[in-house]
Ligand binder design. Sequence first.
Ligand code: HEC
Length: 129
Amino acid sequence: MGRVKLKFVAIFIAGTCGFATAAATAEDGSENDGQLMFNNYCRTCHTTEAGDNRLGPNLNGIIGRKAGGAQGFGYSSALESADFEWTAEKLDQFIADPELVVPGNNMKPYSGIGDGAVRAAIVSHLKNK
Ligand code: HEC
């Protein structure tokens, strides 16, 4: 009996370590982490479905899309008049500090993500959407 229980505990610990490793590789853009981080930090206001604008514009195909380019969304004049296309790098900078990339934007309340690994996971997730 004792042995069986010990084996169970060992499997449990191994499973937990596996989870920790997955979290640590967020920088590689592991898709599960990206989805999770997107849910945590962005989904309150954004979806990745085309045409599905909420409090924020939909982020479908955001990488390569023109800034302020979601049909039917009422942007701030700052984002409306922004003249660039979203690249992975721009997106990373924007979610680190929106004000630095598009001064006067209305993505609020949002306080920025300081953790580069978390940002990388989100950006990588959005590349596939
Ligand atoms: C509190 C709501 C809220 C949260 C949370 C939020 N956003 Fe936004 N986001 C907005 C709003 C509102 C706008 C439009 C801002 C404007 O018009 O100035 C916006 C704009 C954007 C844009 C510009 C889109 C375009 O069409 O040019 C990107 C990119 C973006 N958000 C990405 C994100 C990501 C990624 C996250 C999570 C890390 C996030 N946002 C979290 C509300 C939010």
